[in-house]
Design a protein around this ligand. Structure first.
Ligand code: PEP
Ligand code: MN
Length: 337
């Protein structure tokens, strides 16, 4: 339920409304714009009587929120959430460009790629240290050694690092070492993991599940936000359909749909969506045109010999070309990197 205060309501009026809601054992979520205050009530709101709230001083309207997601709902917070990681900004007209290899493979590899993607205009370095592989016999990642190498690459380039966490066993190490924690498609509904990262303050990149609906995806964001961590960025990475020529089907409609339903930033990963390098540039441009707040792009110094996802990785030279195109599209869309 949300209680919209009228523009003339005083801070004291808002405080009283909050107190009435909290006295029922519910949590409140306050959103303040230039001319309005919105008090969101989270919890079992069936015990609240809208008519009683409506008559409180300063209250303009009381509305029931239909959707099951609350804190992630744009009704609760009309203005865009902007996530700022050491000056690299995602949302609110700024694009987060996260680029790097699927897996961290060696110090030389990650540092070389980090330098090249930074020079081309990326503002985050991605790289997997713990890899969710379909086969247990495939390369599983360098694990904690991979985190160390990512940190070394950050030291060289200053790029904040984004990497995937698969198990709560490594949560402390990630909170300590990582600038943005990625939750991969396969773990989008690992609710225990979501609850635990919700208790941290580290920004979270939440990828869409392999066959998740937009509502399920937003409910996963809600799990993280319910724990107190509201720095969530969504990442559309394609969903599984009947199509087999491409790895997944990129659901670009998800971008404007999310923008309508939620205030959270959304980026697009055309690398995992298409599964082939040739699909990355057209879909990256389309993603920015559709209103996305950024991109995640796999870049490898030697895609042919990559230990994972080589077929969809761009070379640093191809990434240079991609970025010149992305910058041109960003200009049209009035976005900055
Ligand atoms: C990745 O980013 O390397 C990855 C495994 O992505 P996804 O979870 O989207 O498959
Ligand atoms: Mn990958």
């Amino acid at each position: 339920m949300i209680i919209i205060m009228n523009p003339k309501a005083s801070e004291e009026d808002v405080r009283k409304v909050k107190a009435v809601v909290e006295a029922k054992g519910l949590e409140t979520h306050l959103s303040k714009g230039d001319t309005y205050y919105i008090v969101g009530a989270v919890g079992d709101t069936s015990i609240l009587d809208p008519k009683k709230l409506q008559v409180l001083k300063g209250v303009d309207r009381v509305m029931k929120v239909q959707e099951p997601f609350k804190k992630a709902n744009r009704i609760f917070k009309p203005e865009d959430t902007v996530v700022n990681v050491e000056g690299s900004v995602v949302g609110g007209g700024r694009l987060g460009i996260m680029a790097g290899p699927c897996s961290v493979e060696s110090e030389e590899q990650i540092i070389e790629v980090a330098k090249r993607v930074k020079a081309a205009g990326a503002n985050f370095l991605r790289g997997g240290a713990f890899k969710p592989r379909t086969s247990p016999y495939s390369f599983q990642g360098l694990e904690l050694e991979g985190l160390k190498l990512l940190k070394a690459a950050k030291q060289e380039t200053g790029l904040p690092i984004v990497t995937e966490l698969m198990s709560t066993d490594y949560l402390d190490a990630f909170v300590e070492e990582v600038d943005m924690i990625q939750i991969g498609a396969r773990n989008m509904q690992n609710f225990d993991l979501l609850k635990q990262i919700g208790r941290t303050k580290t920004p979270i990149l939440l990828k869409r599940g392999l066959s998740a609906t937009i509502e399920e995806w937003l409910m996963s964001a809600e799990y993280i936000m319910a724990g107190g961590n509201e720095n969530v960025i969504l990442c559309e990475r394609g969903v599984r359909t009947f199509e087999t020529i491409t790895r997944n089907t990129l659901d670009l409609q998800a971008v404007p749909v999310i923008k309508r339903l939620s205030h959270l930033p959304i980026i697009v990963d055309p690398s995992h969506a298409g599964g082939y390098a040739y699909l990355v540039e057209p879909m990256a441009k389309a993603a920015i045109m559709s209103g996305a707040d950024g991109l995640m792009i796999e870049v490898h110094n030697d895609p042919e010999n990559a230990l994972s996802d080589g077929q969809q990785s761009l070379t640093p030279d191809q990434f240079d070309v991609l970025m010149s195109k992305v910058k041109a599209v960003a200009k049209i869309e009035d976005k900055e990197i």
